[in-house]
Design a protein around this ligand. Structure first.
Ligand code: ADP
Ligand code: MG
Length: 345
C-alpha cells in the first residue's frame, strides 16, 4: 500500500495554515483569538496581551549577498512590531532565537544584534530571551513579539462593515522594486566582480526593502485623532492579498481606485522604465511594505482627510469575496490576490 503524499505547494502557505487551524480547538478562556490575525490575543485582566511570531530563513526571506546583518536584525524586529501595530497595540518585549551555521563568526552575530538592539531602542521594546542552536544550512532567525492593547482599543481583521472607508498609510510597492534592484546588482556583480554596485540613486527603494519601519506612529496618531479603525492588517503580502485577508475575516468585498493607491515617485519611474513592470502591480502584489491597511467608519472621514500620510483608497462592499480595482479610465477590474507565497516559487 502506498501512502498518500501531498506536496505543500499544492496547498500553499495559507492552505497549509488553514489545514493546521482546522484541527485546533481553543481550550482556555483566556485565549481570545488564536490563529488567523496578525497576532494572537490573550486576556490579561485589564488589557489584552498580543503575541506574534515570524521566522526568517536565509535564502528564502533574505540573501546575505546584499543584506547587511545590521539591517537584517533591525528588519526582523520591525516586521514583528508591525504585526502588533496591526492589532492597534504596542509592542513591549521580543524573544529571539537563532540557528547559526559555522559560516557565521562572533562578529557576524554582533552585527546582527547591533541591528536588533537599535530596533528595540527605536520601538522601546525589551529583548527578554530566546534560544541559540547550530544549523547545517545557514542562518535562521525566529522573532516572537509580545505587545499590549486596552481591551476597548483592539482592532481585528474581522470588523470591516459595508461603506467603511479603506485607508492605507505611506506608499506601496517600493520594497518590491528595491528587491528587484538588489537582485539585479547582485547578478551584475557575479558576472563581473570588479563592478561595484551603484545604489545611491535607489537609496529610498533599497532602504524600503532592507530596513522597513513599523508604523507605530500611526497607532498613536489614530488614537490622538479619536479614530478606532473597524479592521486593520499590515501590508506584508501586497495590498491585494492583505485586502483579501480583511475581506475573508470581515465577510465583505471592496472597491479600490487605481489612482488613489499611493506609489512613491522613484518606485513609479524605476518599475516602469527599468523593470517594465506596472507600478500598480508592484503595489498590489509586491509585499513587504509594512504599511497599515485599515478601514474606518464614514463619520471619521473629516478627522482623517487632511492627514498627509494616510490615503483613502476605496470603500467596503457588502458582497463577500468581490474585490474590484477601478482603473484610471474608470473600468472596474476584479482583483486577484497573488502575493508572496514561498511554497509556489
Ligand atoms: P502575518 O503575515 O501577519 O505574519 P501569517 O500569514 O504568517 O501572518 O499567519 C497567519 C496566521 O496563521 C497567524 O495567526 C499565524 O499565527 C498563524 N500561523 C502561521 N503559521 C502557523 C503554524 N505553523 N502553526 C500555527 N499557526 C500558524
Ligand atoms: Mg501581519
Amino acid at each position: 500500500m502506498t501512502e498518500k503524499r501531498t506536496e505543500i505547494s499544492e496547498l500553499g502557505e495559507f492552505g497549509l495554515i488553514n489545514r493546521i487551524n482546522s484541527n485546533i480547538q481553543l481550550k482556555n478562556k483566556s485565549t481570545i483569538k488564536g490563529i488567523g490575525d496578525d497576532a494572537a490575543v490573550i486576556d490579561a485582566g485589564y488589557d489584552y496581551v498580543l503575541v506574534s511570531t515570524d521566522l526568517l530563513a536565509e535564502g528564502i526571506h533574505f540573501d546575505l549577498a546584499f543584506t547587511p546583518l545590521q539591517h537584517l536584525g533591525h528588519k526582523a524586529v520591525s516586521v514583528n512590531v508591525s504585526d502588533i501595530a496591526a492589532m492597534n497595540g504596542r509592542a513591549e518585549q521580543v524573544v529571539i532565537s537563532l540557528a547559526l551555521s559555522n559560516r557565521f563568526s562572533v562578529e557576524a552575530v554582533d552585527a546582527l544584534y547591533e541591528g536588533i538592539n537599535a530596533a528595540c531602542e527605536q520601538y522601546k521594546v525589551d529583548l527578554v530571551g530566546g534560544d541559540t542552536s547550530a544549523s547545517h544550512s545557514g542562518l535562521v532567525i525566529s522573532v516572537t513579539v509580545i505587545g499590549r492593547v486596552p481591551k476597548n482599543k483592539i482592532v481585528y481583521r474581522s470588523g470591516a462593515k459595508p461603506n467603511d472607508i479603506i485607508c492605507v498609510t505611506g506608499d506601496l510597492g517600493a520594497s518590491y522594486i528595491g528587491l528587484q534592484i538588489l537582485e539585479r546588482e547582485k547578478q551584475v556583480y557575479l558576472s563581473n566582480p570588479k563592478m561595484q554596485p551603484s545604489l545611491e540613486k535607489y537609496e529610498y527603494l533599497v532602504g524600503r526593502q532592507l530596513k522597513p519601519i513599523a508604523r507605530t506612529d500611526i497607532v498613536y496618531e489614530l488614537d490622538e485623532l479619536g479614530i478606532l479603525p473597524t479592521s486593520m492588517i499590515d501590508v506584508s503580502d501586497g495590498l491585494a492579498s492583505d485586502l483579501f485577508h480583511i475581506g475573508e475575516q470581515s465577510k465583505i468585498g471592496s472597491r479600490i481606485f487605481e489612482d488613489k493607491i499611493p506609489i512613491d515617485q522613484a518606485a513609479y519611474e524605476t518599475s516602469a522604465l527599468e523593470f517594465k513592470i506596472d507600478p500598480v502591480t508592484c503595489a498590489l502584489n509586491g509585499g513587504e511594505d509594512y504599511e497599515l491597511l485599515f478601514t474606518i467608519r464614514q463619520e471619521d472621514f473629516e478627522k482623517i482627510k487632511n492627514h498627509p500620510d494616510i490615503h483613502m483608497i476605496g470603500y467596503v462592499l457588502e458582497k463577500p469575496g468581490e474585490h474590484f480595482l477601478v482603473s484610471k479610465q474608470g473600468t472596474p477590474v476584479r482583483l486577484q490576490a497573488q502575493g508572496w507565497n514561498h511554497f509556489r516559487t
